[in-house]
Design a protein around this ligand. Sequence first.
Ligand SMILES: C[S@@+](CC[C@H](N)C(=O)[O-])C[C@H]1O[C@@H](n2cnc3c(N)ncnc32)[C@H](O)[C@@H]1O
Length: 395
Amino acid sequence: MPNIQLIATAAFGLEAVVVRELHRLGYTDTRVQAGRIAFSGDPAAICRTNLWLRAADRVLLELGRFHAADFDALFDQTRALPWHEWIPPNGRFPVRGRSIKSQLSSVPACQKTVKKAMVEHLRKAHRVAQLPETGPEFSVEVALLDNEATLTIDTSGLGLHKRGYRDRSAEAPLKETLAAGMIQLSVWNRERPLLDPFCGSGTIPIEAALIARNAAPGRNREFAAEEWLCLPARLWEAARREADELLDRTPLAPLLGSDRDAQVLGLARRHAEQAGVADAIRFEQRHFSDVRSPHEFGCLIANPPYGERLGGVDEVEALYRAMPDVFSRFPTWSFYVITALPGFERLVRRPADKRRKLYNGRIECTYYQFLGPPPARAGDREERPIVPAFAPPGK
Ligand SMILES: C[S@@+](CC[C@H](N)C(=O)[O-])C[C@H]1O[C@@H](n2cnc3c(N)ncnc32)[C@H](O)[C@@H]1O
């Protein structure tokens, strides 16, 4: 099979992280649109990207892209695409759609047109009268944007945030893909300690441990395209073998999650166990005002309550006002906080070094980043002066 066109979808704000992940996997031919990163690869890329992408939502196979300002154009060009190369005579192919700024604005009518064109194509190409749709699923999407139709088949099945380790949900958990994106937007690496003082069900420390271990986040789950006969099983076996071989079990810096709620910490421990990283993380019951660390040059990455879903705004504002004093106990650390509460920088009395708009589900949030000093590199003769992100009170 020649090179294929693929699209990794991602939450707005995480596109650059997904591009970096694709480049690390060797897929460098990337083109970014809002929430979608197009790239090309061989069929094994379907297996490898589903297994390895941490911040992407799904991997779609792009069958075609064309101008379609009326239903005849949509029908004719859809019928001409090589659907039979992927979908067998018994394949199920539900069609979803969306339309933005396009003349073909009726999504149900677009879906119906695409389905009809696909049926005609598949019947003819497979030389069958009926398509029973009793076999594996090929979930098709017709996406219209500015009168350009993109036709894709979903290769992932369940969204990629479903890693297989979270079976019970705490209140307001962070999506695994967002947590992985936040960590990768930080300066943290496996040699630096990490603390999440509002860890809830443990998503941030668990995703950090998976990154530190170079563990493919999808290795404990299955994907829609694993049922596709057109993708030889040996491709999946090779991708899973590669993931096993690349696991890094060498020691890493301490990872800590704390929360005031003992019950939610039970969930965090359970999820860490199921993710295979329980030995890499310490979970402690601790009120935020009591957090401390003997370690240096770490990263504190947090998803505190915003007042929207947990806690009232007054309580949350008081919590945020206390942050500078708590953070000043960590003079060499960098701090990363995601919140939807407006006025965060006013409450912590310091402008962020960087901010980025990210979405936690449908909630528009800002990811505030306060950079501490970098650790000395091997070979540095003089110790560099330490400029804390948050100065101790009275300084
Ligand atoms: C938005 S949730 C974090 C969810 C977490 N990221 C996850 O994926 O499950 C906020 C957490 O902060 C905790 N929390 C709220 N106030 C706290 C405080 N003052 N000290 C410590 N934990 C607190 C809550 O118990 C809750 O688990």
